[in-house]
Design a protein around this ligand. Sequence first.
Ligand code: BDP
Length: 326
Amino acid sequence: MFENITKSLIGAAALAVIGVTAHAADWRGWNIHVDGYPNTVAMDKFAELLADKTGGEITLQMFHGGTLGSQPDAVEQVRAGALEIGNFNLGPIGPIVAEANVVSLPFIFKDVPHMFRVLDSEGGAAIAAGMAAKGLTPLAWYDAGARSFYNGEKAINTPADVQGMKVRVMNNDLFTGMIAQLGGNPSPMAFAEVYQALKTGVVDGAENNWPSYESTGHFEVAGFYSLSQHLIIPECICVNTDAFNALSPEMQAAVSEAAQESALLQRELWAARELASREAVEAGGVVVNEIADKAPFQDAMGPVYEAYFETNPDLRPLVELIQATE
Ligand code: BDP
């Protein structure tokens, strides 16, 4: 028996040694969303494709539901290499990467196809380079639709309706500025805390896309959804820059390919989930309000843009490039 144990220990040690040499990496990944959410399914697919395309040399263990911490914390963990992979919204990355913050300027994109055209061109390359330089290399872009306002009290039709309202936003000065310009009181808060905050009246409202409004149950406690569509922000599969740069060119190509394929799947799932989530919340009694004239919301954003240009004078051409992109 002792001999058997010794043998198997030696076997395990030998395997471990082989494992170290055969394995390029064992990665860990962060995602904030619940099971069945498009991003969750697509990140699991990414893990599967990664193993396939690298012949098992790179494995990825995904941690969903934000179990490894809030998004701003996870962004720092990936930058520091404590985690290798994250599915991040570019909103919370903006405070770290000035170039990436352009996508968080309210109403910068006409619609989601416009956003992807920008990401696939020179503008996207500038954003990606800025991110890589700060430790977050984007491998592919996910769709996160458009974000709109919701609350438990009333439909929002004009900026005056936001007056005095306490509105939860993601962590980014552009978003606090946006709410302040509409006359509301911005409240930056972690995603996981928003449900309770809405329920207990710590905040009056929040803003998000259809799938997150539905999957979090926010619609149960904030039943007026008004289609302001003020933010269209992409998401990334991001990898720690050093971990990616340490790979051979072949491995890097395999990782990128896996991410691209995952993104194609995510975008397909996203389109279906947007419709399904809207239907589900409507069936749950949500009042959906189309805003007839969004111009007053857009016009109110002048000072948000000016503040951005003041801090980042060199990024004005990038903003203009995006606005000029058809
Ligand atoms: C969702 C994003 C997620 C954000 C969340 C939020 O997919 O990354 O953390 O919004 O509002 O739409 O915090």
